[in-house]
Design a protein around this ligand. Structure first.
Ligand SMILES: [Zn+2]
Length: 252
């Protein structure tokens, strides 16, 4: 019993050994402590909850963000120009690339299993964060030659990890407008559901996939974010009808 507990505790405390392309010691110096407080000890109040159900956690060092972008660029340039992954990652983004198609599937799996799963089980249990089973990752790009803004939408995920990797930009803030079940997506937000966040390189934002959000127009520069949709079939089925977490229900 004691041994079993200790083993479980250790496994949840362990931080990932990321691939070499992220460089040595890629995690932000404060990440380990924040991760342990939330994932191992369940102290969710110690995360940066920047609005209801939206968490911002410094995750990667700036140097590692640059290394990751360089690795993605290297892999993009090796791809045939008309090959898979170059048509835009999904219906919302014309630019950016699907990272699984760049051979980065294992890294995405590691991000979900070793970072998102333990956090989501604590922070997003109500929307299915304990049952994540698949992931879809892409690089979203905003800039004059890329996507300018992104309309109001929900993600095809139970929980989304959105990490800004760079570069220099102004504008392009991420805004949120409340969590909704599939039935109530069109119900307008209340004042306390309106939230706007500035991205900072290295900082990860975690939110429920059905937390409605969008991106303001970019004013200058270029922003590139790693987005990981963490999916759960159980959560997807549940969200089709109204749930206790739906903002439309609690406001009614
Ligand atoms: Zn609802």
């Amino acid at each position: 019993m004691g041994l079993e507990l200790a083993t479980n505790f250790q496994s949840i405390m362990a931080l990932p050994q990321f691939p070499a392309f992220l460089g040595n010691d890629p995690l932000h110096h404060s990440f380990g402590a924040a991760f342990r407080k939330v994932a191992a000890e369940g102290l969710s109040e110690h995360t940066g909850e920047v609005g209801p159900g939206v968490y911002a956690i410094p995750m990667f060092k700036p140097k590692s963000c640059k290394l990751l972008l360089a690795e993605i660029d290297r892999r993009i340039h090796q791809m045939p120009s008309s090959g898979p992954g170059r048509g835009g990652p999904n219906s919302m983004h014309d630019h950016g690339v699907v990272l699984g198609e760049l051979g980065m599937g294992e890294f995405l799996l590691q991000l979900r299993e070793e970072i998102v799963d333990p956090l989501a089980a604590r922070l997003f249990a109500d929307v299915g964060g304990e049952h994540l089973e698949a992931e879809y990752g892409f690089l979203a790009e905003y800039g004059r030659d890329a996507d300018d803004a992104l309309g109001f939408h929900v993600d095809d995920s139970a929980v989304t990890l959105n990490v800004c990797l760079g570069e220099r930009f102004s504008g392009s803030e991420l805004y949120f407008r409340g969590l909704r079940c599939d039935e109530h997506r069109q119900i307008p937000p209340t004042a306390d559901e309106v939230l706007e966040l500035r991205h900072e390189p290295g900082v990860a934002i975690l939110h429920a996939g059905r937390h409605r959000h969008g991106v303001n127009p970019i004013l200058r520069g270029r922003r590139r974010n790693l987005i990981l949709w963490c999916q759960s079939d159980v959560a997807k089925q549940a969200a089709r009808s109204c749930q206790a977490w739906c903002g439309a229900r609690s406001k009614a």
